[in-house]
Design a protein around this ligand. Structure first.
Ligand SMILES: [Fe+2]
Length: 232
């Protein structure tokens, strides 16, 4: 791959000469939307590898069948492997996106326990989010919180073990637009979200309202974490 007219490896090799201009070239390669970022202040002659993707989530559960069925339904997932102890589910070209370990008798985490707050999954459009909401609602699976974060329009669900899942759609097309939104007074005052009724969103979508209007967040003034009752 070429960077500013040169190969990435050449640029990285030159980085050992501590040229700030070269550092910026590499930064521009690895972080095209961020300027002035050095790849590695500690090891300037090397690039710093990051994972290329988030591969899967593994749950240990005392509600094995219930959990597998829930995830199979919510994500329209297929079973890649299954026995009485372990199940792999996938919804795309990854061999498994979720795995479940059958652990009968496992205790639930105590309220107020530290850990993962939620895991988020992005859909392509408001339409996909709405039809997913409707499909799940028909099967008795309802969101516990719907909010427009500004950056995303999000519906939160809770699995049978209590882990929260965010199904979302990005509200902006580019990272630059998101970065700009994060500097607005609106986001400074309310980094949490503006809640919405998913049935109303679905109705607006079916009436033909443009996606851009459906995703636009109406400022509501200051909001803090204290007011977010859905945080477990
Ligand atoms: Fe999130």
């Amino acid at each position: 791959m070429r960077v500013n007219g040169g190969k990435e490896s050449e640029v990285i090799a030159q980085c050992g000469k501590r040229s700030s201009a070269t550092h910026e070239k590499i930064a521009a390669f690895r972080f095209p939307h961020v300027s002035g970022v050095c790849v590695s202040p500690t090891f300037p002659s090397q690039s710093v590898p990051s994972p290329k993707k988030l591969a899967h989530v593994v749950m240990r559960t005392p509600r094995y069948t219930e959990m597998v069925n829930f995830y199979r339904t919510v994500f329209n997932a297929s079973t890649a492997f299954e026995n009485e102890s372990l199940t792999f589910l996938t919804y795309d070209d990854e061999h498994h996106r979720f795995a479940f370990l059958n652990a009968p008798g496992l205790a639930d985490p105590a309220p107020g326990t530290a850990g993962v707050h939620h895991i988020a999954f992005t859909y392509d459009s408001i339409g996909e989010l709405v039809v997913t909401y409707e499909r799940l609602a028909e099967g008795g699976i309802h969101p516990v919180w719907c909010t427009n974060h500004g950056t995303t329009t999000s519906m939160y669900y809770r699995d049978p073990d209590g882990t929260q899942l965010e199904l979302q759609v990005d509200n902006f097309e580019t990272i630059e637009e998101i970065e700009r939104f994060l500097t607005t007074q609106d986001f400074m005052e309310n980094p949490i979200g503006v809640d919405f009724d998913p049935a109303v969103l679905a109705s607006r979508f079916h009436s033909g309202e443009p996606e851009e209007a459906l995703k636009r967040r109406t400022p509501m003034g200051p909001r803090s974490f204290d007011e977010t009752v859905k945080i477990r």
